[in-house]
Design a protein around this ligand. Structure first.
Ligand code: SAH
Ligand code: MG
Length: 223
């Protein structure tokens, strides 16, 4: 329905509907359960994508026949595994993680899931690591889920390193409610807001873009 409510943040989704749909479409594999457990046991922030959003990622990547994917923000290799599910047997992905501790936990998770040969964990900050990955491109998809102040630069890199028809995807693109209609409360906050708005402006200008209204905002664009 195109009534004002549903286009302004209201939803007919209920917890029961969510549980029903996730049970049907996005049950967690043992590998995904292992990642969630490893994140918790290591005392890392439990900020991985939801199973629902992970499944959306997988479906989007299958739609573009993704064989080479870059991820920014590994945490415990939870979203990494949703992405890896979409890859063909000879597919590869590179996932970038700034925290050595997170990278270490993710390495264990991927080894136990038998994915170490297809997924490379690149330890370092996104802006330092991305130039070293260019020789593997052009890529079929780039998933941005790291520092929010970096989103604009990551979108620019994706635009230059995706194949035509490739996909740029960003998570948390409502910026926890701060994307629009708020005043910055600190210099960091201002930087994040400006970066996330710039990310959307690049998507709107240089891609066929849209924001899928997941609970966090999942913005996508086709190059
Ligand atoms: N994609 C993961 C969640 C990532 S959380 C999932 O859904 O399962 C964000 C991650 O980005 C954290 O692990 C954090 O350490 C990492 N990060 C923060 N700043 C970064 C940077 N500049 N470059 C790369 N990774 C960064
Ligand atoms: Mg996220």
């Amino acid at each position: 329905m195109a009534d004002k409510g549903t286009s302004h943040g209201e939803t007919h989704l209920t917890p029961a509907i969510g549980e029903y749909l996730v049970g049907l479409f996005a049950p967690e594999t043992p590998g995904l359960q292992d990642a969630a457990r490893a994140i918790e046991e290591a005392g890392m922030p439990r900020i991985q994508v939801s199973p629902w959003d992970g499944r959306i990622l997988e479906i989007l990547l299958r739609l573009v026949g993704a064989g080479k994917v870059v991820e920014l923000g590994t945490l415990g290799a939870y979203s990494t595994q949703w992405i890896a599910r979409a890859l063909p047997p000879d597919g590869r992905m590179w996932t970038v993680e700034a925290s050595p501790r997170h990278a270490q936990v993710a390495r264990g998770v991927l080894e136990r899931a038998g994915l170490s040969d297809r997924v490379v964990i690149c330890e370092g900050k996104g802006l330092d690591v991305l130039p070293t990955l260019e020789r593997h491109g052009p890529f079929d998809a780039v998933f941005v889920d790291a520092d929010k102040g970096g989103y604009a630069a990551y979108a620019g890199w994706a635009r230059d390193n995706l194949r035509p028809g490739g996909l740029l995807i960003g998570d948390n693109t409502y910026l926890f409610g701060r994307l629009a209609g708020v005043e910055p409360t600190s210099p960091d906050d201002r930087e994040s807001i400006e970066s996330m708005r710039r990310f959307h402006e690049i998507l709107a200008r240089d891609f066929h873009g849209v924001c899928i209204p997941t609970s966090e905002g999942l913005s996508i664009g086709i190059k």
